[in-house]
Design a protein around this ligand. Structure first.
Ligand code: PXP
Length: 241
């Protein structure tokens, strides 16, 4: 069965909206693991808009499965990762204005920077994965760089799925999973996967792990809402004068 890594960034986004302590992404990670998550994914962005340095230090200590740190190749972020030593580092492109990681890394264009960051992380014993588009050239260059784990960006597939069947985008992912597997690479996938579009991808042979965040956190809000309201009523009732 394909594994599931749960991205907890959105829990931190909600916390940062108030600048306090709740909800705590570290507690969210614990609950995800209790529910069977195979890994915990968190993105320490350069602008620290959601996950904070404190979070990744605590996650490193508390995550019992695997801690997968998403990060850019910025030298300051690489230095933090070398210090914290997650089990895995997934290198992603990062633009300040974007709402989320909109595209894959361009490994062809940024070969030197990505290779330097990857080599430093691998040397520390951290597994490196590159978040790339399902594209032959990107896979070839990743392989040439010495990196053997990739995460295929499923954003185009997910966007297309919302409007139609996404046959072309799905075929591209399927073919690139096969292509990378033939090279002996470990293939993960993620971005924009939800309760409707995950099934076909999860059936693909050759994918090791899917990384999903937004859909799970959105669902969690609703599945937990009734209980949260009832618990507040319990407090109010117990305070009856
Ligand atoms: N994988 C990577 C590399 C990502 O950057 C993200 C988004 O942070 C995800 C997976 C999860 O995407 P989503 O929140 O759309 O499920």
């Amino acid at each position: 069965m394909v594994k599931l890594g749960v991205n907890i960034d959105h829990v931190a986004t909600m916390r940062q909206a108030r600048g306090g302590f709740d909800p705590d992404p570290v507690e969210a990670a614990r609950l995800c693991e209790e529910a069977g998550a195979d890994s915990i994914v968190a993105h320490l962005r350069e602008d620290r808009r959601h996950i904070q340095d404190r979070d990744i230090v605590l996650l490193r200590k508390s995550v019992k499965t695997r801690f997968n740190l998403e990060m850019s190749v910025d030298p300051d972020i690489v230095a933090v990762a070398l210090n914290v030593k997650p089990d895995q580092a997934t290198l992603v492109p990062e633009r300040r204005q974007e709402l989320t990681t909109e595209g894959g890394l361009d490994v062809v264009r940024h070969f030197k920077r990505i290779k330097t960051a990857s080599a430093a992380l691998i040397k520390k014993g951290i597994e490196v994965s590159l978040f790339i588009a399902p594209d032959k050239k990107q896979i070839d260059v990743t392989y040439a760089m010495g990196v053997r784990t990739i995460e295929l960006h499923t954003g185009s597939y997910a966007r297309a799925f919302a409007g139609r069947l996404a046959i072309k985008e799905f075929a591209q992912i399927r073919d690139m999973v096969l292509y990378a597997r033939q090279k002996g690479m470990i293939v993960n996938a993620g971005h924009g996967l939800n309760y409707d579009n995950t099934y076909p991808v999860a059936r693909l042979k050759g994918i090791t792990e899917l990384n999903i965040g937004h859909a799970i956190m959105s669902r969690a809000l609703f599945t937990g809402l009734k209980q949260a309201v009832r618990q507040m009523f319990a407090v109010i009732r117990s305070a009856k004068p």
